[in-house]
Design a protein around this ligand. Structure first.
Ligand code: ADP
Ligand code: MG
Length: 273
């Protein structure tokens, strides 16, 4: 199951007067797989917090599956939109890994057997199956981050949002996160990933939304966003397209080649002698 999300002229001002979102219009279709990028403080986390009712727009509207989110309680939104926090320690509260992951689906009123199955699958997906009885705070940061993701996966929401899921992950962790995104996407769910990691984004995302100072600066496929005319705009957001992304754009490729494919192509074209 999957649903669309729309933001209409959304402005968000924090109580201290910080205008974190300065008029955001964005439509994410049912089953789309989108990355949101932008420098620190550009408003990415504030934007996704509007989608599950953690924050409510100061101006403008958020529509979840066509319904104004203002008319939905946090509990109703939680059943539709799962958000894995940027900082896992603001999300995790249980004393055991399994209890942490079980909380969401149990809270949604799922039957015990369903909850157990969802917990097993979510822990398997993040590679924490053998850690179910551990205390989350005995895990290192990267595994607490994966636990926070598992808690959201277990809720099986039609929309899944991952805020900086690759932070602190080694190559294996990054590959896990990529596999999770691909699987959710194959299941037809709407997936929104926030990331700083341009290589990850170039290789994973089907659509990239670039934020700058609370607004959307660029929005398109990786080939469109990384196209040469956008390099100055990207540089102004301190985001540098990866070398394969730049080469792919210059060659007019639709997708971004992986680094390995690029090295192979360069090797094949090397003049003999
Ligand atoms: P990003 O996720 O892109 O790094 P954020 O959404 O966290 O950006 O922050 C956007 C802006 O809002 C920044 O200027 C940040 O300092 C500010 N901000 C974030 N959280 C708060 C808060 N709780 N109170 C006041 N300002 C905040
Ligand atoms: Mg953030």
């Amino acid at each position: 199951m999957s649903i669309p999300i729309t933001l209409e002229s959304v402005v968000f001002v924090y109580p201290d007067g910080t205008r974190a979102l300065d008029g955001v219009d964005l439509r994410i279709g049912s089953g789309e797989q989108v990355a949101i990028v932008g420098q620190n403080g550009s408003g990415k986390s504030t934007l996704v917090r509007q989608l599950n009712g953690l924050l409510r727009p100061t101006e403008g509207r958020v529509l979840i599956d066509g319904t104004d989110a203002a008319a939905l309680h946090v509990a109703q939104l939680a059943a539709k939109v799962g958000l894995a926090f940027q900082n896992p320690d603001r999300q995790i509260f249980a004393g055991r890994v399994r209890a942490e992951v079980a909380f969401g689906p149990r809270n949604l009123g799922r039957a015990d057997a369903d909850v157990e199955r969802a917990v097993d699958e979510a822990l398997e997906a993040v590679g924490l199956s053998r850690t179910g009885e551990a205390n989350p705070y005995d895990l290192g940061y990267s595994r607490r981050k994966l636990l926070a993701i598992a808690s959201i996966l277990a809720m099986r929401t039609p929309v899944v949002i991952l805020d900086e899921p690759t932070t602190g992950q080694d190559a294996r962790g990054v590959a896990r996160v990529r596999a999770i995104i691909e699987r959710l996407s194959e299941e037809g769910r709407t997936v929104v990933t926030i990331s700083h990691d341009m290589r990850f984004v170039a290789e994973t995302a089907r659509r990239i939304v670039v934020m700058r100072a609370g607004r959307i600066a660029l929005d398109g496929t990786p080939a469109e966003v990384f196209a040469e005319p956008n390099w100055p705009a990207l540089a102004s957001t301190y985001l540098e397209p990866t070398l394969p992304a730049r080469v792919g754009a210059r060659l007019g490729l639709v997708g971004t080649p992986t680094e390995a494919a690029l090295v192979e192509a360069i090797g094949a074209s090397r003049p003999v002698g």
